[in-house]
Design a protein around this ligand. Structure first.
Ligand code: SF4
Length: 95
């Protein structure tokens, strides 16, 4: 189930052992726990969420995410200005 369901291709299947293997762990998405939910063998576990929060605080991840969010919001605002700007006008300027 995990091999075919993970959208990030974290798992491969070992046909000799007949088991899935974690082939690309760094492709796992932080916060996703879908494969654990699907696993009927209860074979998948994740770090304690508080440990992840502490790591995010130590590495100042939120300030990086905030910067990414501001960039995305800026890009969307700019692209919506382009869509709504009257023909012949320059987006972001008043004429
Ligand atoms: S937690 Fe999500 S992204 Fe990570 S391996 Fe499982 S299904 Fe894939």
């Amino acid at each position: 189930m995990c091999v075919t369901s993970c959208g990030r291709e974290v798992f491969d299947f070992d046909p000799v052992k007949g088991k899935s293997v974690v082939a690309r762990p760094l492709q796992c998405m932080v916060g996703c726990t879908s494969c654990r939910v699907w696993c009927i063998f209860d074979a998948i576990s994740f770090p304690d969420p508080q440990r992840v929060r502490d790591l995010m605080n130590r590495r100042k991840i939120l300030s990086y995410v905030k910067k990414q969010l501001e960039e995305r919001i800026g890009q969307r605002a700019f692209s919506s200005e382009e869509k709504t700007a009257p023909e012949g006008s320059v987006a972001g300027t008043s004429q």
